[in-house]
Ligand binder design. Structure first.
Ligand SMILES: [Cu+2]
Length: 155
């Protein structure tokens, strides 16, 4: 019979635990990420902006909407989401975590400031099958100008 001294057993156990923690850590990193998007009265690109306004995600990732300035929200623009994707509309002024499962192209607006061009573009995964449909959605002048710049970044 092999007897393992208590200190050895403890050492083996901690090695085991560390390995398990490392494996779980790697799995978590690979499977999901959270991207912080701030709502700002003034930021990159001018007044009433999402920062960043262009976000690339993998399926399963989330966006954490952070009210850098109050008075903003995020809402799905009709016609600018993959089929079957849930419609997003958050409460004005509140932080919210938004999960993205479906691959494709998503257009968002801030409900109170869409007329001032407060929009964002999110691409998830590699599926671009709704890209042309999303591009075809009409906008007011300011929103269109910003969307044109964001669509130019889509690969
Ligand atoms: Cu706003």
């Amino acid at each position: 019979m092999i007897r393992i001294a208590p200190t050895c057993r403890a050492a083996l156990l901690s090695t085991c635990l560390l390995t398990a923690i490392a494996v779980i850590g790697i799995a978590t990193d690979a499977s999901s990420a959270e991207v912080e998007v701030k709502t700002l009265n003034t930021g990159p690109g001018g007044v009433m902006v999402f920062d960043p306004a262009f976000v690339k995600l993998n399926p399963g990732d989330t966006i954490k909407l952070v009210p850098g300035d109050k008075g903003h929200n995020i809402e799905t623009i009709k016609g600018m989401a993959p089929e079957g994707a849930p419609v997003v509309k958050t409460t004005v002024g509140y932080e919210e975590t938004i999960p993205f499962e479906k691959e494709g192209v998503y257009g968002f607006k801030c409900s109170p400031h869409y007329m001032m061009g407060m929009i964002a573009l999110v691409v998830v995964g590699k599926d671009r099958s709704n890209l042309e449909a999303a591009k075809a959605v009409p906008h007011n002048k300011l929103a269109k100008k910003r969307f044109d710049a964001l669509f130019a970044q889509v690969e």
